[in-house]
Design a protein around this ligand. Structure first.
Ligand code: N01
Length: 540
């Protein structure tokens, strides 16, 4: 193998790319990060729409690798806003001196494995070509936007914007007639904020969904002190928790094992607490249809009480899937927003959007004059950003072709035939079914542990064994088949993207189990991976 320009190229400077750079440097390797945006933060750089905030608690949605960082950073709210998260990732970039190895405004267009040289040749949007022994993709699971192409979209005389492309500095919608397409997590966050400014707001809803109150609150000094004191204990809880959150297991394991009064009390307590943990009020909400149904009915009743107009409440509650079959939404004032006189809910399931006109939107039954159309239409999840690049493995095999019938990689980390390409939160890992920053750290730690192993043993190439990969993908699918997750169409199943193979590609067996499997495999000499010896001495 000849010398490459860099030991490692990292794609993306979000939470994953920043931590990967920090750890790769710690191994004494040279690295270059290519980042499409002009700043760090990934999701929290791009998603600037009004109301954007994380629906995982700040004290869980943060790195754990540095105690100093934990102690010096002060979160201000239970659920941090986009600006606060962007500040956090900028602080991390500065504190660990990461910027000098990041090239901003640079998209990776192609990564091609050169078998002879045993390195990746990476070509960027800036016309630059570099070589690297390893590539780490840190492109995020929700970064490739899904922008529906409605007939006539080019003729619209107002403004149209996807929520993940909201301008820096914001947008004043005062006095505007605004249409929002989409009522997933993003729409549900943006709608209450836009309603406060817009003259009129039309919400185009295709699929009603469950949403749980956030019960957001500022963090006072006492809470901050407690948080800082307990970070290590919380870390241990995260390691034991199935989705990487610092929580204790539920008090009651099944909604079915207690009498109605106890069940109602447990649900009321969980509802009062709010936030994404509601999905784990009972251990079996995601696996037992009856437990799920009882929990879902409780939520329906609560939502109904919030909406004044019974017809609107009915339209918001015509939910056709179990609670948690789609990613559970966390809301602030969402349902109450429909009590405002300037907000209209338009059902586009029975009455679909047919076209965009110069004046606004037309549905099968009516026309809506608008100044701004907001596309809260989500993302090509899990694989979108990876497949937006032309990635070619051994023998020129395109990742797009390998995954034409469904995506998978051994442990979600290495796709066979694509040596020395590590994926962070790739298909086959818990990824979006976890506190993602927790999963990111676990992945990066595992990957850098593996790189250290290769350096120590004079190995220059790692691939996954196709049989190990196939068996892992089988397990991922088998576990998914037992879960309520994905038992309806959504981005979780890839159903929101035309032509995408349908199915859950993330591991639902729990982050605790997953991390244990990864560690065992490493302990057994990286069972299921194949290595090749380098023509260079092992490091001493
Ligand atoms: O996207 P979505 P999102 N005509 O795909 C509708 C994370 N997130 O950006 O369901 C009409 O969930 C679509 O309708 P339908 C989180 O993981 C996190 O909201 O396909 N409607 C749906 O209502 C989340 O799950 C946070 O029938 C159309 C909406 O657009 C993920 O991102 C905040 C349409 C898309 O919902 C994605 O959420 C925000 C069409 N042609 C997001 N096409 C926090 O942590 C699409 N829709 C804070």
């Amino acid at each position: 193998m000849t010398e490459s320009d860099f030991d490692v190229v990292i794609i993306g400077a979000g939470a994953a790319g920043l931590y990967a750079l920090h750890r790769v440097r710690g191994l004494g390797l040279s690295a270059k990060v290519f980042e499409k945006g002009d700043g760090v933060g990934g999701t929290w750089y791009w998603n600037r729409y009004p109301g954007a905030r994380c629906d995982v608690e700040s004290w869980d949605y943060c790195y754990t690798f540095s105690e100093e960082l934990e102690q010096e950073w002060e979160w201000t709210e239970r659920f941090p806003t986009q600006p606060e998260l962007e500040r956090y990732f900028n602080h991390v970039a500065d504190r660990f001196d990461l910027r000098r190895d990041i090239e901003f405004d640079t998209r990776v267009e192609q990564a091609r494995f050169d078998d002879e040289l045993s390195c990746w040749i990476v070509r960027t949007s800036e016309g630059e070509t570099v070589s690297a022994r390893f590539v780490i993709s840190a492109t995020g699971c929700l970064s490739e936007v899904n922008m529906p192409r409605f007939k006539g979209a080019d003729t619209f005389e107002g403004q149209q914007i996807h929520t993940a492309r909201w301008p820096k500095g914001g947008m004043d919608v005062t006095g505007m007639r605004v249409g929002v397409i989409g009522t997933g997590s993003t729409g549900v966050q943006a709608i209450p904020q836009l309603a406060k400014q817009a003259e009129q707001l039309f919400v185009f809803q295709r699929t009603p969904q469950f949403a749980i109150p956030a019960r957001n609150r500022p963090l006072d000094d006492d809470k901050l002190e407690e948080l800082k004191h307990n970070y290590r204990e919380r870390w241990a809880l995260k390691r034991a928790n199935p989705v990487g959150m610092g929580r204790h297991p539920p008090e009651v394991s099944s909604a079915l094992e207690v009498d109605e009064a106890t069940r109602t009390r447990v649900l009321e307590d969980s509802w009062a607490l709010g936030g994404p943990g509601f999905a784990r009020t009972f251990d079996d909400v995601m696996t037992n249809a009856e437990s799920n149904q009882l929990t879902a009915q409780f939520v329906r009743d609560k939502i109904k009480d919030k909406v004044d107009n019974p017809d609107v409440a009915y339209a918001l509650l015509e939910i056709d899937h179990p609670l948690g079959a789609r990613r559970l939404i966390v809301e602030i004032d969402y349902f109450e927003t429909y009590n405002r006189l300037n907000v209209t809910l338009v059902d586009v399931a029975t009455n679909p959007i047919t076209e965009v006109t110069p004046q606004g939107l037309r549905t099968a039954e009516g026309s809506y004059d608008l100044d701004l159309i907001v596309y809260a239409t989500g993302f090509d999840g899990m694989t979108g950003a990876l497949l937006a690049m032309d990635i070619q493995g051994v023998g020129g095999l395109a990742l797009r072709d390998k995954w034409a019938n469904g995506a998978g990689a051994y442990l979600g980390l290495v796709a066979s035939g694509f040596p020395n390409l590590f994926m962070i939160t790739g298909p086959g890992s818990p990824a979006v079914f976890s506190n993602v920053i927790f999963s990111i750290e676990q992945h990066v730690d595992w990957i850098t542990g593996c790189l250290a192993h290769m350096l120590d043993h004079g190995l220059d190439r790692i691939d996954s064994d196709p049989r190990a990969e196939a068996e892992w993908t089988r397990q991922v699918q088998e576990i998914a088949a037992q879960s309520i997750v994905g038992k309806t169409d959504s981005w979780w199943t890839g159903a929101n993207i035309a032509g995408k193979p349908k199915g859950v590609t993330f591991y639902l067996g729990g982050t605790h189990t997953y991390a244990a499997v990864c560690d065992q495999i490493a302990a057994k000499g990286y069972e299921g991976f194949t290595f090749r010896a380098a023509n260079r001495p092992a490091r001493s």
